[in-house]
Design a protein around this ligand. Structure first.
Ligand code: FUC
Length: 796
């Protein structure tokens, strides 16, 4: 057993300083105060003793845009490929021309309590056309075939989260084979290298898409295609994949559609892929030119150079956080699939830490500035017709994908979310006019796709929910709270404002209290009566709108603009329905106390608990009665559900600061029923939100920053200040450990170390200066830091 103390080394650097002595002192202080956990050899690896037999055993690589799933096959290696703009269909307007005329009658029926009739009318006249959106699709596979039959020894395949390289090694006779695959963000290619002695291989591309494959220049496989038609929408995207092959030694011979290699000692394959997608309304890109240019740009770079550049870009983000939750050396010696298999019976805190870092790895690999946001499967999908279209489901799933972005120090991965909201503010403005007759602002319902469709889809029971864009907009504000980045706020504010403006016109007055409510809407995706979900003013909508209006009001203050709009937003905000506690002591999900009679008491969605997590409208110390009602609801809903639904419960219990309950639910998420051998979350089937939600929850157990301080207390950016709560939900199973590099609202970077369940050192750094209150249990300490300053505290 390697001792904890051996695994910590201080390597924080300090910039600035007034003279050598002070620099040295600061350096020493920082070294002592900020230990960075040093990972043991295999600690950041997923590894296996056998090739992947199914897709959810394969290992994902990605550069945000291009994805690969590496199977690690011996006689046939398959790398399943994705490009994040290869979706079905083309630009379309989903508005239903009958919707606007039907709206007054839908609202009248809801107000009269005739929700079933209202839902029928929504289904008949208000749903988008087509009724479903378009799927994200696979690009195809690179296949590498080698003559087989010989005995294979010492097989191992792994994914190293720290370098983002997937590696397969095995021995045949006296020959050692090593294969590596990585996706490069700086060079926008996927690179494969095989080494061995006298390699004889055949390389091919295949795809279920409409495509043709040829060989160019004797060494480049080229697949050109057109995406599929769907729901009456014509496929409008051209796409191209190019795989250029070079070898050391040996010979390359090409036939019509394959490349044959014999006698080489290394084979390097550089893969570029692109579609003609430029924007949701522009498909005029030239994928042939883009892929040719991408390959030309790396032609003179060696494999080692490509690898180094890719690794550096990955580590620049990934290495910001280190986490140690304790160790079980016996469990840690096992391959990853075996650890998942025994996760319910063997304490293996490092498996939770690996899951956490894997979530960060997946976010870095599926969402980078300039790419599409992470969809229901991130960017990894082997199908033309994946579950729920592998789209953006925005009544929880896409938001959950971004829960770890800020707290686990990957803030720039949220850039694609801002781009998505920008697009939706355009398509959603049109839908606001055509469905609601609202001429300011924009609206989006419970899903969107590459074409930024924003209408209600799938069925009235699922899609009648106008608050998706509002929720996404609140994320833009959260990014500002974490980063204090005023340039970001200036970009985000018009989008947030547009989301709010829609509701200034679209809310209706509810009869019995005069509250302003959404109508039609629903509490995602729960029926209040058998078969009926449609209603007005569900609790979740009111909570999201409170957050959105508050964010707009604060932003207008910070940016020094729009005082009139802010005043109007405040008036409307104050007329939203308040939280209500129902007869069972539960937080009411709907305006009426229908909860106890609702058909699915253990429904996976916990939409009405939004106010407790991710929002902070309900807090343990601020609103104890409402918190108790949240707890009652959580008890009724139960702990185990689909993957993301467990992850939401996990975050809620982390906020509830019930450490043992939270840990028990986390174990449920890590069970083989909810975690595949490659650690992908099982909804089931695979859905990535559970990975991201689980990662966020582990951060939330260690650090919380949602309790507002007094409204007068502002950070230098103008953002409101929040208390930093250290180790609020630390379970017994993680009694000794450390974390470095977490982020808190207010822009603080936080390192924590603990021993025997007690905080030993907290190191708080403020890149741009700021003040807050630290809390550890009942102990508090006020701090004010200049830009770049650090303080340490032992929680006493
Ligand atoms: C919502 C959820 C489902 C699934 C789908 C993608 O409809 O209710 O569980 O996550 O999104």
């Amino acid at each position: 057993m390697i001792l904890q103390s051996h695994r910590r080394v201080g390597v924080r650097s300090v910039s600035g300083g007034r003279g050598f002595g002070l620099t040295l002192y600061l350096l020493l202080a920082a070294v002592l105060a900020s230990p960075i956990y040093t990972y043991a050899a295999d600690e950041l690896k997923l590894w296996y003793r056998q090739p992947a037999a199914q897709w959810v055993e394969a290992l994902p690589v990605g550069n945000g845009r291009l994805g690969g799933m590496v199977f690690g096959g011996i006689e046939q290696e398959r790398i399943q490929l994705n490009e994040d703009t290869l979706w079905a269909g083309g630009p379309y307007n989903p508005a239903n021309p009958e919707a606007k005329a039907a709206l007054p009658e839908i609202r009248r029926l809801i107000a009269a309590g005739e929700t079933q009739a209202a839902q029928n009318l929504v289904q008949a006249k208000f749903m988008a056309r087509p009724l479903t959106q378009v799927p994200y699709q696979t690009l195809g596979d690179l296949l590498i075939t080698m003559a087989g039959g010989d005995a294979v020894r010492s097989y191992r395949r792994e994914l190293d989260l720290d370098s983002a390289v997937a590696r397969t090694e095995f021995q045949i006779g006296a020959g050692r084979h090593v294969r590596e695959v990585f996706a490069s963000a700086p060079d926008q290619v996927i690179v494969v290298q095989l080494s061995g002695s006298r390699l004889s291989l055949t390389l091919a591309l295949q795809s279920p898409q409409r495509s043709a494959i040829r060989v160019e220049d004797g060494n480049t496989l080229v697949m050109s295609g057109i995406n599929g038609d769907i729901n009456g929408i014509k496929g409008a995207l051209k796409f191209e994949t190019r795989a250029a092959v070079t070898t050391t030694g040996g010979q390359i011979v090409a036939d019509a559609g394959q490349i044959h290699i014999s006698g080489a000692s290394t084979v390097t394959i550089v893969i570029a892929a692109a579609t003609s997608f430029r924007r949701y309304d522009d498909v005029s890109g030239d994928p042939a030119a883009l892929t040719t240019q991408a390959l030309a740009a790396v032609k003179n770079k060696s494999y080692a150079e490509l690898r180094e550049r890719a690794v550096a870009a990955h580590q620049q983000m990934f290495r910001r956080v280190a986490l140690d939750l304790g160790h079980n050396e016996t469990a840690e010696k096992l391959p990853t699939d075996e650890r998942v298999r025994q996760s319910q019976t063997t304490e293996d805190p490092a498996l939770a830490a690996l899951y956490f870092q894997y979530g960060r790895y997946l976010l870095v690999s599926s969402s980078r500035p300039g790419t599409q946001p992470a969809n229901l499967q991130g960017i990894w999908n082997d199908s033309l017709n994946p579950p729920w279209g592998s789209k953006y489901t925005i009544n929880i799933n896409t938001e959950m994908n971004y829960w770890p972005a800020e707290s686990t120090n990957l803030a720039e991965s949220a850039e694609p979310l801002l781009d998505l909201v920008k697009d939706l503010s355009e398509t959603g403005a049109r839908l606001a006019r055509e469905h609601y007759g609202v001429d300011r602002g924009w609206v989006t319902h419970h899903n969107t796709d590459l074409w930024r469709a924003s209408g209600p889809i799938d069925g009235a029971q699922f899609g009648t929910w106008p608050t998706g864009g509002a929720w996404l907009s609140v994320h833009l504000w959260q990014h500002f709270l974490y980063t204090g980045d005023r340039a970001w706020l200036a970009r985000a504010y018009p989008l947030m404002k547009g989301a709010a403006e829609f509701f200034l016109q679209a809310l209706v007055e509810e009869k019995s209290h005069g509250w302003l409510v959404t109508s039609p809407s629903m509490s995602p995706e729960n029926n209040h009566h058998r078969g009926v979900a449609v209603t007005q003013g569900p609790t979740m909508d009111n909570a999201i709108l409170r957050d959105l209006f508050d964010a707009c009001i604060a932003s207008a203050r910070i940016l020094g603009i729009d005082a009139d709009f802010a005043a109007q937003a405040r008036t409307v905000r104050d007329r939203l329905p308040p939280y209500q506690i129902g007869a069972q002591g539960q937080l009411q999900e709907w305006l009426e106390d229908w909860d106890a009679g609702a058909p699915e008491q253990r429904h996976r969605h916990v939409s009405h608990l939004y106010g407790f997590f991710p929002s902070n409208q309900i807090t343990l110390r601020g609103t104890p009665q409402l918190s108790a009602a949240v707890k009652n609801t959580l008890e009724t809903r139960g702990d185990l559900s689909t993957g993301w639904a467990i992850a939401w419960r996990l975050n809620l219990w982390a906020r509830m600061q019930d450490a043992e309950r939270t840990h028990k639910i986390l174990l449920g998420l890590l069970s083989p029923q909810r975690t595949y051998p490659n650690l992908f979350d099982a909804h089931p089937p695979f859905q990535i939100d559970g990975n991201f939600g689980g990662t966020a929850a582990i951060a939330e157990m260690l650090l919380q920053s949602h309790m507002p301080l007094s409204p007068e207390r502002l950070q230098p950016s103008g953002a409101p200040a929040f208390e930093l709560e250290l180790l609020p939900t630390l379970p017994k199973a993680w009694s000794t450990g450390s974390v470095t590099g977490l982020r808190a609202r207010g822009g603080f970077a936080v390192d924590l170390a603990w021993h025997d369940g007690r905080l030993t050192t907290a190191t708080i750094r403020s890149p741009s200066g700021g003040s807050t209150r630290l809390r550890y249990g009942n102990a508090t300490r006020e701090i004010a830091l200049g830009a770049g300053e650090t303080i340490t505290w032992d929680g006493r």
